[in-house]
Design a protein around this ligand. Structure first.
Ligand code: AMP
Length: 281
């Protein structure tokens, strides 16, 4: 992979990179399509990174559909698929990690200790191997995208970090490999994340600016769904990820909710433009 990447760089080509954990869906493929429109060659990776799963999390049973994934990437027009073995990525004696201080221990980082250190480390390793001009990430994982952007800036990485929109099912549920775990009644209940964020979006469009009232309404909505258990509902500054009391600048409404055994996340992007607020699901 390094050889291919070096050659592309030496030829002055603009490599695009889409890192994934496989079990590919239309959300992943939207990143691939954006990469293909902007870069050549495009490299995708599939690596279910063991270190970013907590001891009680779903590493063993994480969906693995390698054959189908390869076909989807090939059909989309991806030039290379990088699917390293865990033993190559973490050989015996591996010791180094990178931690983006402050942004990594809040929100998902509080519920999943060590998760973002592991994510930042694997993404840095993959970026070092692939050396892309641009690397494409989904806003579905907004905190992850924010942390990776910070890491790229802090470590003077050559790669530009591009954050792409959230792709949703027709009923609004954000696409996720973990949606495959949902039982039919849980799948119906899972739309509560979208409905709560959409409620916030509508309130904002009607002029609501008070973050406490917005988060209270989202929490109440989540509580109204018997199969849902709220982890967090927060309204934060998109740069610092610190809670805000009033909406201004760029903010994120972030939700993490457990539906049965499945933990789902989703978010709403709120941007101030010419004095009015634009909220995007
Ligand atoms: P994963 O395979 O879950 O690690 O995701 C790989 C990349 O795809 C990450 O940058 C995710 O943010 C992105 N992604 C996952 N789901 C979606 C979605 N529904 N819409 C857009 N991007 C997504």
């Amino acid at each position: 992979m390094k050889q291919v990447a070096r050659q592309a760089r030496a030829e002055g080509r603009s490599t695009g990179f889409v890192p994934t954990m496989g079990a590919l869906h239309a959300g992943h493929l939207s990143l691939v399509h954006t990469a293909l429109a902007e870069c050549q060659p495009v490299i995708a990776s599939i690596f279910v990174n063991p270190t970013q799963f907590g001891p009680t999390e779903d590493f063993q049973k994480y969906p693995r559909t390698f054959e189908a994934d390869g076909k989807k990437l090939e059909e989309a027009g991806v030039d290379y698929l990088f699917a390293p073995d865990s033993s190559e990525i973490y050989p015996p004696g591996f010791r180094t990690s990178v931690n983006v201080e402050g942004l990594s221990d809040r929100l998902d980082g509080r519920s999943r200790p060590g998760h973002f250190r592991a994510v930042a480390t694997i993404v840095l390793k993959l970026l070092e191997i692939v050396q892309p001009q641009k690397a494409f990430f989904g806003r579905k994982d907004a905190q992850q995208a924010r942390i990776i952007r910070q890491m790229a800036r802090d470590l003077h990485l050559d790669s530009e970090i591009v954050v792409c929109p959230i792709i949703r099912e027709p009923d609004g549920l954000a696409m996720s490999s973990r949606n495959a775990y949902l039982q039919p009644d849980e799948r119906r209940a899972a739309t509560i994340l979208f409905r709560a964020l959409d409620g916030a979006r509508i309130s904002i469009s009607r002029g609501e600016r008070d973050a406490l009232r917005l988060t209270a309404a989202m929490r109440e909505m989540i509580r109204s769904e018997p199969l849902a258990e709220l982890d967090y509902a927060e309204l934060v500054d998109a740069e610092t990820l610190e809670p805000v009391t009033r909406l201004r600048g760029v903010c994120l409404a972030l939700l993490a909710v457990r539906i049965g055994a499945v933990r789902l996340i989703d978010n709403l992007l709120i941007e101030e433009r010419d004095g009015s607020l634009l909220a995007t699901l």
